[in-house]
Design a protein around this ligand. Structure first.
Ligand code: SF4
Ligand code: MG
Length: 323
């Protein structure tokens, strides 16, 4: 099958007066139709920038400086702004942390859904209305006929995020970028929303990039995971394998933050320190100042991402050692 998303060797830079910051350094990832790829890492890892680059929504002066992005087999990083706007609406949906940013407070949910549906199809108003109703039903909103006539402020946070998910699905996209979609919601609602994404992915065959800082969300929801650190992918593979047999010391540290997994994997007690700033990325393996296994080689050379069994990792430990 044609991948929903294929990112190869993507680099993103932010020119500034003090020089150019390389925010994303040769990142590659692939999402099959009907698959959820979890992209995980602490704040500053470059997860959101990767998602924004795919959507063509990098904030000025950020720009793609290398690599390629294909959505549904079509190269999108070279499209003009006008072409990209069309492709983005039809082929890609986006869900962000705060559902209010995606909704217009002045229009009913029904009007917003119908307009989005009609913008990307030649449906009559009546057909689009029927489709809007169906979408609200599919995202689990009770009494959808009534809800179509209501405004965003009349919905709870969780219900609002369901509306945003319905909007993201309205044009029948191949790919959805969901960036921290549950972070702003009550803990009791979070699992419902991730379960909804899982079901919609299975039912519609849309590919989902699920960006989160929470390895627990990945463990419950994703098929495969991509762990990012300081603008690079440091480990990737099937979720089960990465969770039960993490290779990279940073992944092991992230796992330690999931309480339910504490007794199942050998982990670092915690990762001391914090993600380096982009203008101060340490040389070699950027994780070396925080890594309990770091040796002389780690600050001298950047480890490439290589296959380690069913997963891939970028760490000298699996490549002849750190001395
Ligand atoms: Fe730690 Fe070295 Fe591996 Fe980086 S390359 S994660 S510093 S052991
Ligand atoms: Mg982010």
């Amino acid at each position: 099958a044609i991948p929903a998303l294929e990112v190869s060797g993507l680099s993103v830079e932010f020119p500034s007066r003090r020089g150019t910051l390389l925010a994303i350094d040769h990142v590659s990832m692939r999402i099959a139709p009907g698959e959820i790829l979890g992209v995980v890492g602490e704040s500053g890892a470059g997860k959101s920038i990767t998602g924004l680059a795919v959507l063509g929504l990098l904030e000025h002066p950020g720009r793609i400086s290398g690599g390629e992005i294909h959505v549904g087999g079509r190269r999108v990083d070279t499209l003009s702004e006008a072409e990209l706007t069309k492709v983005r609406g039809r082929e890609m949906g986006a869900i962000f942390q705060d559902p209010l940013t995606a909704l217009n407070p002045l229009f009913t949910v029904g009007k917003q859904l119908v307009e989005t549906i009609r913008l990307h199809s030649d449906m009559t108003k009546q057909a689009a209305n029927a489709r809007a109703l169906e979408l609200l039903q599919s995202v689990g909103i009770p009494a959808p006929e009534e809800r179509l006539r209501q405004y965003p402020h009349q919905f709870s946070g969780g219900m609002r995020q369901r509306v945003v998910i319905a909007l993201a699905l309205a044009a029948g996209p191949r790919l959805i970028i969901a960036d921290e979609p549950t972070t702003a919601l009550d803990v009791s609602i979070q699992a419902q929303i991730t379960a909804l994404l899982r079901r919609l992915c299975d039912e519609t065959g849309v590919g989902i990039m699920l960006v989160t800082h929470d390895m627990g969300v990945i463990a419950e929801t994703a098929d495969r995971v991509c762990v990012m650190y300081s603008g690079r992918v440091v480990e990737s593979g099937p979720v089960e394998d990465v969770i039960h047999n993490p290779q990279h010391p940073y992944t092991k540290g992230l796992m330690a933050a999931i309480p339910s997994l504490h007794d199942r994997v050998e982990t670092l007690a915690q990762i001391d320190g914090s993600m380096p700033r982009l203008n101060a990325r340490p040389p070699g393996c950027a994780f070396h100042p925080r890594c309990p296994h770091a040796g002389p080689k780690c600050s001298a050379a950047t480890p490439p991402l290589v296959s380690v069994g069913t997963t891939s990792a970028a760490c000298w430990l699996q490549q002849g050692g750190c001395q």
